[in-house]
Structure formats: structure tokens, C-alpha cells
Design a protein around this ligand. Structure first.
Ligand code: ASP
Length: 435
């Protein structure tokens, strides 16, 4: 029998998880699911996160040292950052346009607003105080934070990914500058390490259908009642329309225009990473799979993926920035605050920066939303209004974040002539090796 392609297996796992979660919720098996099913989801996410730092170290050192000269690195770095910022600005602007047309905040009844504020003000307060801590720092703190004072210390937390990236690029530059025969054994070591890690991703992905089953079943039994979702439908729909336009319109279009690769090729190649982003709500946890897919199924050279994707996972969050724009205006509308054009332009700037500053973990976009609200003069307590639907939206915005990273890596690869044919060597998922 022909084996089902990986993305179908993952989809089946997701669907089974949702159905099982709904049945379990009806039958009152919540405790059973939390005690006996959810841990397998947690183990799956942990095993992906486990290899994120070694993967970045091994592949980025190899990628940078392969570049052979520094000018290539700065050329690629400049393009990467430039395109990342551009796509983010497009995403925020799209979000603002949609929310100004649909005006979901105006649909919120006074009574619903009071109920939501009562129910979720505690949760909102927690996010606000997390954001306060980040806000207290000086203007250059973000820059200071990129340079670690101890690399072992930095590598102990996935939250310090940018610090690790900084060190590794620095290390790679050192390797370029020393005589080639001295650098060769170091490179061979990291090359081998990289292969081992890619194999580990293969092994972990064998359990992906079961992992996503557990994650989604647990999510369903733990989610709040459906009534609240209905009240927030207009808001959620506005975010989803925007994300849908990015994922199915903007990105494939960019890919088509700049690389001539067609729609199906792109979406099919990246889909397992998208499904995983949806199930885990974390670009960081999805990163190993994003890298493998982009390299082996979209034909981007490792020199480019190893540089563009880890940076993208941490700083390029188009889905998050779009969501922050929609959420900010929605809350303003619900509180009857009229935002001037100037205030909305301010949101473009702050949402772009806030999405860059958001960590690639579940719920991070909501913490940074506090900063966008503060800058625009919208009450931060309004976070309570959107709390109930944040998780499903987080899942979807993470898909956009990951798809955006993949898109930019294809554009950068094309611009430096490093986009070739796919060369699937792992996962037997029946994808044609050339198209
Ligand atoms: N969960 C998102 C990510 O990891 C960030 C966010 O918007 O909360 O990409």
C-alpha cells in the first residue's frame, strides 16, 4: 500500500484530535485528556524545541562559512532584513484596511463588553504586567539584548535565539577569515552535526500525526465556551480574512512573481510546516521543519535557509503584526475611541516593531500588543475583550509567520542565485523530486 503523504497524515491527526476532543468534552473526560493525552503533545513540542538551538548552530555556522567572503554575507543580510520589514509593513497595512472596512468592534454589545471585561480582566492583567517589564528598558535595550555576555548562558533558553544567532554569525565570520585548511575540520564537524540533526527531525516527524492529535484534543477540552466565540466572530473573521489573504494570496503571488514557481508547488512544499505551526502555535518549535521543507521541497540552498529562516522565525512575524493592527483597532472601536489617520499610521510603525520584538512562542503577540495599544492611546485593559479567541487566532497567525519566512527565503535565494530544484532525501512523502 502506498504510504499517505506526511501532510495528509498530520491533517488526519488534527481532525481526529478535534473530533476526539469534542466527544471527550461532551462526556466530561477533560481530566482524562489533560492527564493522559496532553502530555504526549507536550513531549512532541519539547522534542522539536530540543533541537532548535543545535540546529541553528550547526546549520548557520555551515551556511555562513560556506559564503567564503563577507560581502556576500552582508548582501544577503541586507536583502533579508529589507524584505522582512517590507512584508511586515504590507501585513499591518492589510490588517488596518480590513478592520476599518469590517468594523467588528461596533458589533460588540455593551453587555458583552462588560461580561468579557469581567471574565478576562485577570488574564489580561497578567499580559499587561509582562509587557510592563519589557517597556521599562531604555530605547537601545533591544540592541544590547542581542549581544550575549555568555554563549553557554544564551544557549540555555530558546527565548535567546537572537543571541545565539548573533554568536554563530560572528563565529562564521571568524571562520571565513582564517586560512581555509584551518577552518576545514571545524566545518566538517558542523556539517556532520547538521546531518545528524536533520535525521533527528525526520525521526521526530514520524510521530507528528500523534503529536498534533494530542495537542488539538487537549486544546478543545480546555477551550472556553462557544458563546464567547460567536460574540467575537466579527473580530476573529477580520483577522482570519487578513491571514488568509497573506497565506493564500500575497505569499504565493510573491513567489510566483519573483521565482516563477507556481502556487501548488509552494503550498504543497511548505504545508507540513504550516500544519505544525497551526498545532504548536510556535514559529520556534516549527523552525526545524520549516528549514527542512524549504531546503528539500522548495529547492532553497542551505546557505540561504540556514541564514534567513532562523532570523525570520525570531523577527519576521507578518501574521502577528496583522493581528496586532486588527486587535488594536477592534478594541478602540469597542470602546468608542475614534482613531485618527495619524494614530493608525502610528500603529503601522509600532505593530511592525512589536512583531519584530515578539518571541516565537505561543501567545507572545498578545503581550506585545499591549505596547501597540499603549502607543495608540487605547486602554490596555481592552485585552480582556479578545482573550477568549486568542489561542485559535495565535495558531493561524503562526501559520502566516512561518509561510512568510519561507517566502522570503525563496526570494532571497532567487536574488543570490541559490534557488534550485527540490532534492527530497528525507521523509518518504511521495513528492516528485523535480517539478
Ligand atoms: N505564536 C506566534 C509565533 O510563534 C507569535 C504570536 O503571535 O504570538 O509565531
Amino acid at each position: 500500500m502506498k504510504k499517505l503523504a506526511l501532510h495528509w497524515q498530520i491533517l488526519l491527526g488534527m481532525a481526529a484530535g478535534v473530533i476526539f476532543g469534542m466527544i471527550a468534552a461532551q462526556l466530561g473526560w477533560t481530566k482524562f485528556v489533560v492527564d493522559w493525552i496532553k502530555p504526549f503533545g507536550t513531549i512532541f513540542i519539547n522534542s522539536l524545541k530540543l533541537i532548535a538551538i543545535p540546529l541553528i548552530v550547526a546549520s548557520l555556522i555551515k551556511g555562513v562559512s560556506d559564503l567564503k567572503d563577507i560581502s556576500k554575507l552582508s548582501q544577503m543580510g541586507g536583502r533579508t532584513i529589507g524584505i522582512y520589514v517590507m512584508t511586515t509593513v504590507v501585513a499591518v497595512t492589510l490588517g488596518l484596511l480590513i478592520v476599518n472596512i469590517t468594523k467588528p468592534g461596533k458589533l460588540i454589545e455593551e453587555q458583552t463588553r462588560i461580561e468579557l471585561m469581567d471574565n478576562f480582566s485577570g488574564d489580561a492583567q497578567q499580559r499587561i504586567s509582562q509587557a510592563e517589564e519589557q517597556k521599562e528598558a531604555g530605547p537601545l535595550q533591544a540592541l544590547v539584548d542581542i549581544v550575549p555576555d555568555n554563549i553557554i548562558g544564551a544557549a540555555t533558553s530558546n527565548g535567546n535565539m537572537l543571541q545565539v544567532i548573533f554568536f554563530v554569525i560572528f563565529f562564521g565570520i571568524g571562520m571565513i577569515l582564517i586560512p581555509e585548511e584551518k577552518a576545514r575540520p571545524v566545518k566538517a564537524f558542523f556539517d556532520g552535526l547538521n546531518e545528524v540533526i536533520l535525521k533527528l527531525i525526520d525521526l521526530i516527524m514520524l510521530s507528528a500525526p500523534y503529536g498534533v492529535f494530542a495537542l488539538l484534543a487537549a486544546l478543545i477540552v480546555e477551550s472556553p465556551s462557544a458563546d464567547i466565540f460567536v460574540a467575537l466572530l466579527g473580530y476573529a473573521a477580520s483577522v482570519l480574512i487578513g491571514l488568509g489573504l497573506l497565506i493564500f494570496g500575497f505569499y504565493p503571488l510573491l513567489v510566483k512573481l519573483f521565482t516563477k514557481k507556481d502556487y501548488g508547488f509552494f503550498l504543497k512544499g511548505i504545508s507540513p510546516a504550516q500544519l505544525l505551526a497551526f498545532s504548536t502555535s510556535s514559529s520556534a518549535a516549527t523552525l526545524p521543519v520549516t528549514m527542512e521543507r524549504v531546503e528539500e521541497h522548495l529547492g532553497v540552498d542551505r546557505e540561504v535557509t540556514s541564514f534567513v529562516l532562523p532570523i525570520g522565525a525570531t523577527i519576521n512575524m507578518d501574521g502577528t503584526s496583522l493581528y496586532q493592527a486588527v486587535a488594536a483597532v477592534f478594541i478602540a472601536q469597542a470602546f468608542n475611541i475614534d482613531l485618527t489617520i495619524g494614530a493608525q499610521l502610528g500603529i503601522i510603525v509600532t505593530a511592525t516593531l512589536a512583531s519584530i520584538g515578539s518571541a516565537a512562542v505561543p501567545g507572545a503577540g498578545m503581550v506585545m500588543l499591549v505596547i501597540v495599544l499603549g502607543q495608540a492611546g487605547i486602554p490596555e485593559a481592552g485585552l480582556a475583550l479578545i482573550f477568549a479567541v486568542d489561542r485559535p487566532l495565535d495558531m493561524c497567525r503562526t501559520v502566516a509567520n512561518v509561510t512568510g519566512d519561507a517566502t522570503v527565503s525563496m526570494l532571497v535565494a532567487k536574488s543570490v542565485d541559490k534557488l534550485g530544484d527540490p532534492h527530497v532525501k528525507n521523509w518518504d512523502d511521495n513528492y516528485p523530486a523535480t517539478t
